[in-house]
Design a protein around this ligand. Structure first.
Ligand code: PMP
Length: 288
């Protein structure tokens, strides 16, 4: 695999950034996770728009145009001979002095890793995931806004550790008010009495691309849809639940906090939306 760093390609073992890069020292930077389906980069312009919003939020001036970054992403996929894959697009603040100030950094690094991915085994797509609500709360908007896809994922990592140490693959994070925010790296949907419900991003989640696609698909399929705050009670008593994310795609959640959700098996609306997503995803992209 060849890794793209600022316009050049490096072998995996030679792809390096400085230990003085504030991305490494402080988690000061941003990223995107993007899918390549059948040589189409899924929703690439939307991912780049989100990257620029993250950059604006952390006052990181990107010295590349949106088009330059999109061209680099496509080039990295071609260079690695990919037809399907996962692209990790990273922008770190760059090399700087010791100390938090980002203003000593002048050379942001644009890194593109384009590789294969299989986040979960097929068995979990067929039978569903089990999750637990963890004590770690989702970052508050007043601290590090969850809409920033930053290089500091410790909030999500602490939650993931707590779940895994308890023997679960996934965790549910609540916000400071006790409402459902999201999972460690995925948005959450429930189905109750044939209505699809998902918390608004103001409850503390990233504005997921997969989430947005599911909202659009639900509308097309005539599935009733509501964005409203939900509680653990709503998940425990839902008929169906599933998670969405670029890496995971759509995956059923069949148990939360030792309570079976619905029948304890992936539900019908989940299956319909999954099939619809798998059908449209390879068609909605930028050709490499
Ligand atoms: N929430 C978080 C915290 C994430 O990191 C991600 C991306 N893995 C998502 C939600 C899902 O967003 P997307 O569908 O854009 O991948």
């Amino acid at each position: 695999m060849k890794v793209y760093i600022n316009g050049k390609y490096y072998d995996e073992n030679d792809a390096k950034v400085s230990v003085f890069d504030h991305g490494f020292m402080y988690g000061d930077g941003i990223f995107e996770g993007i899918r390549l389906y059948d040589k189409n980069v899924f929703k690439l312009p939307k991912h780049i728009d989100r990257l620029f919003r993250s950059a604006r939020a952390i006052m990181l001036d990107l010295p590349w145009s949106k088009q330059e970054i999109m061209d680099a992403v496509c080039d990295a996929c071609r260079t690695n001979g990919l037809t399907n894959g996962y692209i990790r697009l990273i922008v770190s603040r760059g090399k700087g002095k010791l100390g938090l100030s980002p203003f000593s950094c002048s050379d942001p690094q644009l890194i593109i890793i384009a590789d294969q991915i299989q986040l979960y085994p097929q068995e979990l797509y067929d039978n569903g995931l089990k999750a637990v609500t963890v004590p770690t709360r989702r970052n508050s908007h007043a601290a590090l806004p969850p809409m920033v896809k930053s290089l500091n994922y410790l909030n999500n990592i602490l939650a993931k550790i707590e779940a895994q140490k308890l023997g679960y693959q996934e965790c549910l994070l609540l916000n400071n008010e006790g409402y459902v925010a999201e999972c460690s790296g995925d948005n959450v949907f429930i189905v109750f009495e044939n209505t699809l419900i998902t918390p608004p991003v103001s409850c503390g989640s990233l504005g997921g691309m997969t989430r947005q696609t599911v909202l659009e698909l639900a509308e097309k399929l005539g599935i009733k849809l509501v964005e409203k705050p939900i509680t653990r009670f709503d998940v425990w008593t839902a008929d169906e639940c599933f998670l969405t994310g670029t890496a995971a795609k759509l995956i059923p959640l069949v148990e939360l906090d030792a309570r079976k959700i619905g029948t304890g098996k992936p539900g019908e609306i989940t299956k319909r939306l999954t099939a619809a997503f798998n059908e449209v995803a390879p068609l909605e992209g930028v050709k490499i």
